[in-house]
Design a protein around this ligand. Sequence first.
Ligand SMILES: Nc1ncnc2c1ncn2[C@@H]1O[C@H](COP(=O)(O)OP(=O)(O)OP(=O)(O)O)[C@@H](O)[C@H]1O
Length: 579
Amino acid sequence: MKLILRYLKRYKLLVLLNFISVFGFALTELGIPTVISMMVDDGVMQQDKVYLLRMGGLIAVMSVVGVLGTILLGYCCARISTAVTCDIRNDLFEKVQTLSHQEMNQMGVSSLITRTSNDALQIMNFLNVILRTAMLTPVMIVVSFALVIMSSVKLSLIIAATVPFIILGVVVVAKVSGPVSEKQQTALDGLNRIFKENLTGLRVIRAFNNHRRETERFGQQNRQFAAQSRKLFTLMTSMEPLFFLLMNIAALAIYFTASFMIDQRLLQVGKLIAFMEYLFHAMFSMMLFCTVFMMYPRANISAKRIEAVMNMEPGIKNADAAQTETSDKIEKITFDHVAFCYPDGEEAVLKDISFTARAGETVAIIGSTGSGKSTLIQLIPRFYDVTEGRVLINDTDVRQMDVRRLREKIGFVSQKANLFSGTIEENIRFGREDASEEEMIRAAKIAQAYDFIMEKPGQFQERIVEGAGNLSGGQKQRLSIARALIRQPQIYIYDDSFSALDLKTDARLRKALKQEITDAIVIIVAQRVSTILDADRIIVLDEGRVAGMGRHEELLRECPLYYEIAASQLSEEELQHVR
Ligand SMILES: Nc1ncnc2c1ncn2[C@@H]1O[C@H](COP(=O)(O)OP(=O)(O)OP(=O)(O)O)[C@@H](O)[C@H]1O
């Protein structure tokens, strides 16, 4: 619960106001029965009308104060609980932005979503209850039990007998509900994961006619979640009837004893009314307090799940002496005997990779699937850090550079064209918000996106739906290329970014890129040999090792693996031309 306290500290004034309104409320709630008891014993019994009127006025004032206190209490609870949850969500979101791919994989995207949504909601509900009742109930319990005892010590003994049973019940429920709550949240993670996978893979599921299987998978997980929820709710609600049973038995015993006491003039009727009123408040407050107590394990689990994310150390962060000032002009990128192994992998995915890419050059990387092409380029923007060797920009190790500054210099076009819901313009400007209209149009034109954008009814204002479902694969790729181009970076990295383009568009795009980007370093991962024919250097990767390096013609002659790839894609004539 340290998490909640840490965030509550930000709203000290409101918490204080909350506390004051709680006291105001308690004072009036418990004051009114006292005044009623006085009215009955000293006013009604003595037929003193003036006294009755005075006391009636006092009750009216106390009621107004009580109502105002309750409204203020409600306001404070709502303000604090929503503000704290909002802060927690914002901080979680910000934290997730700093996590590297490794931590994201470790935690799981669905679990991160559940933690930000459902776990934060649990904290909000708990806070709402705690601010409303946890502050109020201890005050009410102590004061009203004191008044109960003061009203009649004998009758209080009957109540004392029920207290151990109540405490025992609450402790048992709290102990059992903690682990159940954890299982419930984990089941919800799983439910979200299946739902997310199904929505993103809807077409595949339909194409393979697998919706029954998926529905069954979802149903199974849903049943698991429902079972845990049922257990939890049953546990939480089981306390209430038991509590009322105890209360009713106690009330019977009290009335029975009180009738004897009144008979023997040991107790007045007014005192009995007040006693029952105090008792009602004491028991009701106790029940509310028990609810808070029972809610605690659930909120505690959620707080722990949130804290686990907050306390995660980002794998990629700035070195202590990170260079915030990188030289403006990037002359070269050097891979110096680089090896890389994924944190959860057993074997190195890249082994002893060395090459240099200079400004104005295009370096292409080709190789069979799984040979390590995408992994290699992800080491440049530090999505991962090398396991051995160094990646240098000019002569500085990227690990010594400020991550933000480093990434500012890079235009990265990922293998999967990720676009965001919003307009086409917003998506292109994602690369650089302050770009001019001309720069945006220029980027769209080089990326060969301009024509299809102009054909859309909304043109640059055309809306892209979630997951860019209203665009073709090639259109998505071209927009993500435009997004990188508008940035005008010094390093371009294309991770198989032309694969969805037809050969004609691919050729036009490469021609435009060559004309417009003359001074930057361009690194292209490609599957198609035709995409990289003109590259200044082609690196052929085979199981994480460099199997060949050179221009297209040289490699055809000297690298059997490259020849094999080219032979599978080019015509006999194109191959003979080189030989
Ligand atoms: N996050 C990851 N964790 C563990 N292993 C990974 C991870 N990503 C990729 N790999 C493994 O690393 C190897 C290289 O993958 P990589 O994606 O770099 O290959 P690639 O050459 O780009 O393949 P493709 O052409 O199919 O995109 C593969 O064996 C893959 O299984």
